[in-house]
Design a protein around this ligand. Structure first.
Ligand SMILES: [Fe+2]
Length: 260
């Protein structure tokens, strides 16, 4: 299994506070069958700036540590980039990291709303060969009020990741309900733990996939698993297992122009 969104690097954001916690998170992931983890520290938020070079260097150190401790997981560099107006120029200047060096970028919106320039950023990123992956849209207040906001972004070529704990009820009934609704609409392409801490916000990917299998069926669990693997490989994600008549169209064709 591939875990695409974690705050596993030590001491640089609100995730793992030290090396021991990082190793604990990786060990817990390995025990669930995770082979690869993408480290996605917050970047460009009010509190955290984690430049690309620092993330890459710390990822290398964590891999060395995991090897020394016998934890069979590979960590790959990434960032959870908070959306900002200079994003395109920062990408072009090499300040931002995509996920594991591929054509996907984890692009976080503020929790309270969908910025008015979000659609143009998603579109311009596409033109630059990068596909935006929007983490936890189910926890965005504006998407909760009006899920069509997410529909529009997905039509423009964005992908979305639901958080494991949201599916499992950890953020309350409303978020849980919306999470499953977005999944059923084919608006979710990945499941990830967004792990911060082994106890408080740990890796719970195996449990989340089991719940997906139980609720939506094995085909959906396989869909999310293979999408995470495809993201890591930098290849195209699959069509959602929706009836053909209800499948989103257009956006998929647009994305194919850029993602090879
Ligand atoms: Fe995160």
């Amino acid at each position: 299994m591939v875990e695409i969104h974690t705050h596993i690097l030590p001491g640089i954001d609100d995730g793992a506070s030290d090396w021991e916690t990082s190793v604990q998170l990786a060990r817990s992931a390995a025990e669930q069958g995770v082979t690869d983890i993408i480290a996605t520290p917050h970047h460009r938020t009010n509190r955290f700036m984690n430049p690309a070079a620092e993330v890459v260097s710390l990822t290398g150190k964590l891999n060395a540590r995991l090897e020394a401790e016998g934890v069979p997981v590979n960590v790959h560099p990434g960032q959870e980039v908070h959306v900002h107006r200079e994003l395109l120029s920062n990408w072009q200047n090499g300040e931002l990291l995509s996920l594991a060096g591929g054509p996907y970028m984890l692009l976080e919106m503020p929790h309270g709303h969908v910025p008015d320039y979000m659609e143009s950023i998603v579109y311009e990123l596409q033109l630059a060969g990068v596909c935006a992956v929007i983490p936890h849209p189910e926890r965005n207040a504006e998407v909760a009020r009006d899920p069509d906001k997410l529909v529009r972004l997905v039509e423009l070529g964005a992908l979305a990741q639901v958080t494991s704990a949201s599916l499992l009820g950890g953020y309350g009934k409303g978020v849980e309900r919306l999470s499953w609704q977005l999944c059923r609409q084919g608006l979710i392409h990945f499941v990830s733990s967004d792990a911060h801490h082994p106890e408080r916000r740990g890796v719970c990917l195996a449990e989340a996939y089991a719940r997906v299998e139980q609720t939506l069926g094995a085909e959906w669990a396989g869909y999310y698993r293979s999408n995470a693997a495809a993201l890591l490989a930098g290849s195209e994600i699959q069509d959602a297992p929706l009836p053909v008549a209800t499948r989103p169209s257009g956006w998929k064709r647009l994305r194919r122009l850029f993602i090879r």
